[in-house]
Every structure is written in structure tokens, then in C-alpha cells.
Design a protein around this ligand. Structure first.
Ligand code: BV8
Ligand code: ZN
Length: 245
């Protein structure tokens, strides 16, 4: 399933960087965005995951995020998340960059995580900018508000919004300085995250994709392993470091 080149590169690496997308959480029961049963099938990103949609209809957008928060609060990390926790322990240097907002990597026990698109469980006040980790305390009608009276929004990055520049800079550094780069469970279409595998490739890393289907980067990187990340990653641990999950 894996090339001898990949196994060898993993055994001698100094730094491992991993990028994950919605696919790694799919086996936990969290719908992806662009797959057959994807979230975007029912709703269009333009309608929901952007600030104009929120200002036009905050109720609709909050309903969508509350639905996703409830679903995420009831799911558990899967063997794909667990395998990455073990890889972090094995790699001399490790960085996990995720596009996901579900917090499942942290729940699984990963430590060095860069959340590129924020975290769905955290809200932010649109007036004073304060972050609120638990459920908002002040409801006005059916909309959550801050103590200062400002309207709260989910603390995620919407389309057309800039990512946190420190987090993004750290992510590009992690891609530029690693020996092996994994792109796992992402369709590799959303920028700037989708540039990271190619940045790693140009900097000389061995770049591997683990996904259910080929993507637009598949023919520009070193190896694509088609399959379920919850099955492929534990098998990679076994074949490389003889670890039984
Ligand atoms: C910005 C919000 C600029 C939180 C998300 C035209 C060309 C290029 C770029 C653009 C363009 N027009 C606009 C842009 C920019 C835009 C963009 O990239 N659009 C794309 C769609 C073309 N990007 C932005 O707007 C970003 N901001 O660029 O700002 C700027 C600059 C200066 C000043 C101001 C602004 C912001 C992007 C962030 C958007 N927010 N989410 C939320 O509600 O979740 S993106 C959303 O997509 C999620 O965060 C998700 O993580 C992300 C990427 O999707 P994937 O994770 O890849 O999920 P997907 O379903 O697509 O794929 C899953 C894959 O897994 C599939 O391939 C499937 O086969 C596989 N799979 C499924 N199951 C498994 C599996 N694999 C393995 N095992 C399994 N079991
Ligand atoms: Zn406030």
C-alpha cells in the first residue's frame, strides 16, 4: 500500500508536517463539505459561510452552526485522529495543520495544532472582539449576544475573510521546513490551505496524499494513497514503526 521510499523517509525524518481536512473527521460521523453527502450539498457556502450571509440572516447562519455544534459535541475522534497522535510522539518534530473547526484532533490528544479556519465551539463578539468558549451567556430573541451587547458570531474563518496571519505564517513555515508532508482528507481546493502541499513539495519534502479520491494535487506530489484515513493511517504506523493501534 505504501512505497518503500515513503517508509524509508518516515524512518529517518527529522520533521513531519500534516495538513488535514474534513475527510479525516468523516469516519467520526462529521459530514464533509464537497462529498456526496456533503454539507454544501444542502446549503451553498455563499449562503452560509460568509459574513454577508450572517449580517443578512444571522438566525439562519446560527441555526446552521448550532446544528453542526450539536452534531460535533456528540462524536468522537476516530482511528485516523488517534494515529496522528502516535505519529506526533514518534516524529522528532511534528506540526498538525487542520482546516477543520471540529476540535477532534485536540480531543484525540494531538498537541502541536494549527487551526487554520478557527474553532466552531468558540464564539467571538462582533463589537468588542472578546472570545467566548462556552455557549454565549446573553440571548436577545434567539440570537446570542456578548455582555457588552454586541452580537456574537462563530469564531471560524468565512469565505473572503483573512486567516489569522500568525497561524498562517506558522503553517507555511511548517510546510517549508519538513522532510515529509501529509495531505489527509482534503479536496485541496480551499486557499490558502491548498497551497501548503505544493509549498512543501517545492521546498524538497516527500509529499503524500491520503484521500478517498484523487484531487487536483494528486499528479503533482510524490504519492497518493486512496482509502479511508481511519484505516490507512493505522496501517502506515504498523508498516513503518510496527505499532498496533
Ligand atoms: C481568503 C469555514 C482572502 C468554517 C471554510 C478563486 C480561486 C482561488 C481562491 C478563491 C477563489 N475565489 C475565492 C477564493 C478564496 C477562497 C477559496 O479558496 N475558495 C475556494 C472554494 C475556491 N478562500 C477564502 O475565502 C479564504 N480567505 O482567501 O481571504 C483575503 C485576502 C486578503 C484580505 C481579505 C481576504 C477563507 C477560506 C476558509 C473558508 N472557510 N470553512 C466552517 O464553517 O467550517 S472552508 C471549508 O472548506 C472548511 O473549513 C473545510 O475544511 C475546507 C476545505 O474543505 P475540505 O476540508 O477539503 O473538505 P471537502 O469536503 O472539500 O473534502 C473532503 C475530502 O476528504 C474529499 O476529497 C473526500 O474524498 C475525502 N474523504 C472523505 N472521507 C474520507 C476522505 N478521505 C479519507 N478518509 C475518509 N474517511
Ligand atoms: Zn462584546
Amino acid at each position: 500500500m505504501f512505497s518503500s521510499q515513503l517508509i524509508k523517509a518516515l524512518k529517518i525524518l527529522k520533521k513531519l508536517t500534516v495538513l488535514t481536512g474534513a475527510g479525516i473527521s468523516a469516519e467520526s460521523g462529521v459530514p464533509t463539505f464537497r462529498g456526496e453527502e456533503g454539507l454544501w450539498k444542502k446549503f451553498r457556502p455563499e449562503e452560509l459561510a460568509n459574513v454577508n450571509a450572517f449580517m443578512k440572516n444571522p438566525q439562519l447562519v446560527w441555526e446552521w452552526y448550532d446544528y453542526r455544534k450539536k452534531l460535533i459535541s456528540e462524536v468522537r475522534p476516530n482511528p485516523g485522529h488517534d494515529a496522528l497522535v502516535k505519529m506526533e510522539a514518534f516524529a522528532p518534530e511534528f506540526c498538525l495543520i487542520t482546516q477543520n473547526v471540529d476540535g477532534l484532533h485536540r480531543k484525540a490528544g494531538s498537541i502541536n495544532i494549527l487551526e487554520l479556519h478557527g474553532n466552531i465551539m468558540r464564539s467571538r463578539c462582533m463589537e468588542c472582539g472578546v472570545f467566548i468558549d462556552s455557549l454565549p451567556s446573553v440571548m436577545k430573541g434567539d440570537l446570542p449576544h456578548c455582555q457588552c451587547g454586541g452580537l456574537l458570531r462563530p469564531d471560524v474563518v468565512w469565505y473572503g475573510e483573512m486567516l489569522n496571519q500568525d497561524i498562517l505564517h506558522s503553517a507555511f513555515r511548517a510546510a517549508e521546513t519538513c522532510d515529509v508532508f501529509f495531505s489527509i482528507g482534503t479536496s485541496a481546493v480551499v486557499q490558502p490551505a491548498a497551497s501548503l502541499p505544493m509549498v512543501a513539495k517545492q521546498a524538497g519534502a516527500f509529499v503524500v496524499e491520503i484521500n478517498m479520491e484523487p484531487t487536483i494535487i494528486s499528479d503533482r506530489i510524490d504519492e497518493t494513497v486512496l482509502g479511508l484515513s481511519g484505516e490507512v493511517l493505522p496501517k502506515l504506523l504498523k508498516d513503518t514503526w510496527h505499532i498496533e493501534m
